[in-house]
Structure formats: C-alpha cells, structure tokens
Design a protein around this ligand. Sequence first.
Ligand SMILES: Nc1ncnc2c1ncn2[C@@H]1O[C@H](COP(=O)(O)OP(=O)(O)OP(=O)(O)O)[C@@H](O)[C@H]1O
Ligand SMILES: [Mg+2]
Length: 245
Amino acid sequence: MAFLTVEGLSASYGKVPVLNNVSLSIERGEIAALIGPSGSGKSTLLRTLVGLLRPTAGRVTIENDVVDYKSQASLRSARDRFAIVFQQYNLFQNMTALRNVTIAPTIVKKRKRSEVNGRAAELLAKVGLADKLGAYPDELSGGQQQRVAIARALALQPDILLLDEVTSALDPELVNEVLDTVRLLAADGMTMLIVSHEMGFVREVASKVVFMDAGQVVEAGPPAQIFDAPETDRLREFSAKIIRH
Ligand SMILES: Nc1ncnc2c1ncn2[C@@H]1O[C@H](COP(=O)(O)OP(=O)(O)OP(=O)(O)O)[C@@H](O)[C@H]1O
Ligand SMILES: [Mg+2]
C-alpha cells in the first residue's frame, strides 16, 4: 500500500461542492505535484488533508492509519503527520527566524526551548539561513522568509510536507533559492505533495503529476505522460495555455 492514499475525497465550502471524489496515492519519499487551473481545488485538497476543512466523503490513509476527520484525536494525529506551507508565509513579525521555527514545537508539542533550539538552528542552516537565526522577518527577503516558513514546517517533523505555491508570491530572482531548498528536501527523501505553477520544476522533481480541474482529478501520471502525452482535452487545453505564458 502507498504511504499516503486518498480515496474518493469530497469537500465543500458550505453547500458549494469543491472537491469531488478525489483519489490519489503517494509512495514514501515520492514527490507528487498538483497542477490545474485557478479554482480547480488544489489548495482545498491540501487544506482538507490537514483537517482545515472537513471532508464530506472519502478516506485518507497514512501508512496503515485511516485518518478520522471527525475525531479530535485522529485529527491531531493527521496534523502531526502533515505540515503545510502556504504561499503567504505568515511569519510572526515580532519574532526572530529562530523563534519562528521553535514556536510550534515549544507550544504545540510542549518541548523545552533549550531542547529545540539546536534542531531549529540546524533546519535554518539546511535552508541556507545559518547566518540569519537572529534576524526578524522584515530584515529578510521574501525568499528568505519563505525558507524560514519551510524550516518551521520541518520543525514539526512531518511525514508528508504539503507546499502550496510557495514561490508564487516571490520576485522571479528569489524563486530559485526556494526551489533549491525543495530540491534539497527531495534529495533527503522527504515525501511531498506540492502545488506549483513552475512547470519546469515540476517536471524535474516530481515523479507523479496530478492534474485537477473543477474539483476532480482528471489525469495523473509521470511528468512525461502528463506533459508530453496528455490523454484528455481538458489537460491538452491547460497545457496549451501554460506553454503560451
Ligand atoms: N474559503 C472559501 N469559501 C468559499 N469558497 C472557497 C473558499 N476558498 C476557495 N473557495 C472556492 O473553492 C474553489 C477551489 O478553490 P481553491 O483555492 O482550492 O483553488 P486552487 O486550485 O487552489 O486555485 P489557485 O490556483 O487560484 O490557487 C474555487 O471555486 C474557490 O472559489
Ligand atoms: Mg490555490
């Protein structure tokens, strides 16, 4: 069985259905990319996986554990296993980079600050910010702030890292430093589900690409199939549009 299995997942905002019978699977250490037009439900899928939105149907299994989104205990365990990084990194402005990374482990996991500082410094070094531990967000570039946000997510030691367009709020020259961080995590064997508009990057790092449209998975497969041999008109139209941009 795959590391993460999503079967028939549906979700709505109020009465409006947004995810419709979504199924996908990710192996341990695999990087899967979600692509699709704006409003197709990519962010909603990530939000539903972490329990920010309750599914109306379907099943999510991590290793052999079924996540029960109705039970607080199970939801907590889902939140322990997934970490999500958003496009807007939302760092605490009044805290240093180091404190932004240690805050969740100390408050959510109730660990001593002295215990988590070392690990946090290592994570910040890993994302290329060894010299910025004491810097405040407004002293960092957008790309550096996004890398702090990635280190913050890693500090929770997730099994699966969910990245939602982590480069799309950045100036073009800062995009690559964040992508380099993701490449490094990929080389480390981190299992990731990423939403990205950087198609070159998706082709390079993802072993599976999932194309969504109107809340459904339309096609999924290896990048060569999705980009070079799309099977549906909807994916062909989408590819034609992104290539023109
Ligand atoms: N908080 C919300 N309340 C109501 N509807 C929402 C909410 N967030 C998103 N939606 C709707 O759900 C649908 C899916 O949105 P979602 O944000 O998941 O799309 P997306 O694929 O991530 O798009 P984008 O590429 O623009 O980020 C859209 O029709 C959107 O308008
Ligand atoms: Mg989105």
